[in-house]
Design a protein around this ligand. Structure first.
Ligand SMILES: Nc1ncnc2c1ncn2[C@@H]1O[C@H](COP(=O)(O)OP(=O)(O)O)[C@@H](O)[C@H]1O
Ligand SMILES: [Mg+2]
Length: 363
């Protein structure tokens, strides 16, 4: 259910008190901001549990519907009992767009998500799923999404690279990202949507869902910069011309190059003595793409669009991923569960319980 208000013809009284060009928030500023105003924008029917992360344009909070709590009156009395899965399943993530001036972008993000998830083939386990949106003509906009329980790929990878024993990451993990993130990207492109902000901070790992047992689902998030011609043309808050349909093709090519860049960066960190011919040629193509990055059409790898890469490497990727050792899976799972190592890990039972108990105490 997406509730997006109709166009407000008089937007001249829009408050500009929040700066659109604010610098990258630090962890500290996120905490301060939550107290001051961001959290106030969260829909009243949701209880905020804790910040999930922040980017250049928004701050995201894990939340739970307040009316869900009524079914669990005994949580406070059972501090050691495992939290019911039915309660945890109701956790969602609310993105508060960081300035009132971002209404155009917030509307587009919500509508593009709504558009792609209407398709039958929507790969919802690998893409942000919109649950609701509140886009007022004045004030901060919010979009409510399914929560991803885990870190961003960059937090995961950077923390791994910093480990003294950082040689355990298997190349199967890169094949896994290629398969799952690649499927998400190919899907949005098939809907003529370009993402335009593809980097490892906009990719999350969800340990709570494992389509390939033992490895976290890879999820593409953040459609704040995405383009879709028909959607933009309908934007009631539009201040700039919609990106022409033919330009989307170039943006799609840029998305592909950015995806190859992510894979290339990951593959650089893999030390695997058991090389295979497929891995060898795959990484050579990625390397080619990395050196041609930013100059459209100049590199063979960039011309070799994602569909071609998939045709060539999907079967080997599936076959090689299947060979991942139990030990390698355990290493990844262990690494993903160490809060002090990987930031933005998701939510612990204790964090949920404390927020719920505090709320029930108030009542
Ligand atoms: N669905 C989600 N579940 C949990 N955390 C999320 C979710 N979406 C985003 N986040 C967290 O919030 C951060 C900022 O969200 P993002 O949409 O990337 O905002 P921005 O447009 O500011 O970059 C992400 O890097 C991630 O840590
Ligand atoms: Mg982002």
């Amino acid at each position: 259910m997406v509730e997006i208000p109709a166009e407000d013809s008089d937007k001249s009284d829009k408050s500009d008190s929040d700066s659109e060009t604010e610098s990258q928030p630090t962890e500290f500023s996120v905490v301060m901001d939550t107290v001051v105003c961001w959290e106030n924008a969260i829909p009243k029917e949701l209880l905020s549990i804790k910040p999930a992360g922040s980017g250049s344009f928004g701050k995201v909070f894990y939340c739970i519907p307040r009316d869900a709590l009524e079914d669990y009156p005994n949580i406070a009395k059972q501090p050691t009992k495992k939290l019911p899965g039915s309660l945890k399943a109701q956790i969602c993530a609310v993105k508060v767009h960081s300035a009132t001036t971002m209404v155009e972008q917030a509307w587009a993000e919500a509508e593009i998500l709504k558009y792609i998830q209407q398709a039958d083939e929507f790969p919802g386990r690998h893409l942000s799923r919109l649950l609701a949106a509140n886009i007022p003509a004045t004030g901060l906009s919010t979009i409510t999404m399914e929560a991803v329980m885990g870190p961003t790929l960059d937090h995961f990878w950077n923390s791994y690279m910093g480990r003294f024993d950082s040689q355990w990451m298997p190349k199967e993990f890169v094949w896994h990202v290629f398969l799952q993130l690649g499927a998400a990207i190919r899907f949005i492109h098939s809907m003529n949507v370009s993402h335009n902000d593809l980097h490892d901070g906009n990719v999350m790992l969800n340990m709570a869902r494992q389509d390939f047992p033992g490895l976290p689902n890879v999820v593409l998030i953040d459609f704040g910069q995405a383009n879709h011609f028909e959607t933009e043309a309908r934007n009631p808050f539009r201040t700039k011309p919609a990106v022409p349909a033919e330009k989307i093709e170039l943006l799609i090519e840029d998305d592909n190059a950015a995806f190859f860049q992510i894979l290339y960066a990951l593959s650089m960190g893999i030390v695997d003595r058991e090389d295979s011919w497929d891995w060898h040629t795959f990484t050579a193509l990625l390397e080619d793409s990395a050196y041609g990055f930013g100059s459209r059409g100049q590199s063979d790898a960039q011309k070799c669009v994602l569909d071609k890469m998939t045709t060539r490497y999907e079967a080997p990727a599936i076959a090689e991923r299947a060979k991942i050792s139990q030990k390698a899976k355990e290493n990844i799972a262990r690494h993903l569960s160490v809060v002090t190592v990987v930031r933005s890990l998701g939510l612990s039972d204790d964090e949920i319980r404390s927020a719920v108990v505090a709320e029930l105490d108030k009542a």
